[in-house]
Design a protein around this ligand. Sequence first.
Ligand SMILES: Nc1nc2c(ncn2[C@@H]2O[C@H](COP(=O)(O)OP(=O)(O)OP(=O)(O)O)[C@@H](O)[C@H]2O)c(=O)[nH]1
Ligand SMILES: [Mg+2]
Length: 359
Amino acid sequence: MAKPDKHIKSALTEKEGKKDLTGFNAISAKAIKSKRQKQPSIDELVKGITKGNITALSRAITLVESTNPMHTTKANEIITKCLPFANTSIRIGITGVPGVGKSTFIEAIGALLTEKEKKVAVLAVDPSSSLSKGSILGDKTRMEDLVKNQNAFIRPSPSGDSLGGVARKTRETIILCEAAGFDTILIETVGVGQSEIAVHSMVDFFLLLKLAGAGDELQGIKRGIIEMADAIVINKADGENFKAAKSAKLEFNRALLLYPEKASGWTPKTILSSALKNQGITEVWEMILEYISHAKSTNYFETHRTNQNKFWLLQTIEERLKANFYNRAKIQAELEKQITRIENGETTPFNAAEYLLGL
Ligand SMILES: Nc1nc2c(ncn2[C@@H]2O[C@H](COP(=O)(O)OP(=O)(O)OP(=O)(O)O)[C@@H](O)[C@H]2O)c(=O)[nH]1
Ligand SMILES: [Mg+2]
């Protein structure tokens, strides 16, 4: 693929460009124009992606992540054209509190899978990363072997102000990665907010990483997340921690029995791992394969994906309707007035809502 930056550089170093400002501008404009011309077309990008070209894939993801409406239109077309090649991977969500070892675990399982000739894409849903940037840098350094691996592709979390926006971008990125031939998609998310619900709604298998010895409160894990998990992996089961991890496993196994049966008919499993020492990783992968073959044999795999698509359809409509409503100038002006009227006892919240919705 052409390198537009190189092109500009060579155009700008031409003698005339240096001597004469007008000429420089002309050359510069020419260079920019040619840069624009060198931007790959939608079809070129799609072709590149389906051939497994990482540059094309990255460019398309950048379009998906862009807030420029022109880019969004282009991205939508690319996604539509990639759809027939998508839906082919196993999508795995990995959650757990900060520091539990998600990135280290992904590095370990990523190494195992690429050894098995699998192509692994690692994505992240972390709406807070646009503020802190910390986890992006952290992830890249903690997955230093995987970053260099030819069969792995790591894309940090897209920045975005809303979880809905980040989730949409990640879902579209999954489609692009699948079209590019990635057969295993790992999605990391920090288990402290709403983001794990979003990730749970875009994966086939949801894995919760936990630490031994810390209560659920300490680990910031809500009951709902345990209920969503297809497996609990107690990480850092090494050194002095090993004993505690073993008893935590028994405890979780007992606790899991109290949860209602999952729609998939799958009984969640508990596994010990040390991502750092590369222990228990194969066991986790074998369990995931067992789950996938179970889910496929019962047709749950397909039904689940269809339901997820329905969920995102409705979710997107709701978000759009809400945004359209609140962004209207009339609503923005009237909302405050109605709040004051409620405070003054002049109207009720229900009447005010009726009034605003009727505007
Ligand atoms: N002893 C031990 N340490 C581990 C293990 N897995 C990860 N760690 C260490 O725990 C720390 C955090 O690991 P990460 O993989 O960055 O954790 P994370 O869950 O991705 O963290 P965030 O991205 O910040 O949410 C690092 O210092 C790791 O080396 C393990 O199995 N055993
Ligand atoms: Mg991490």
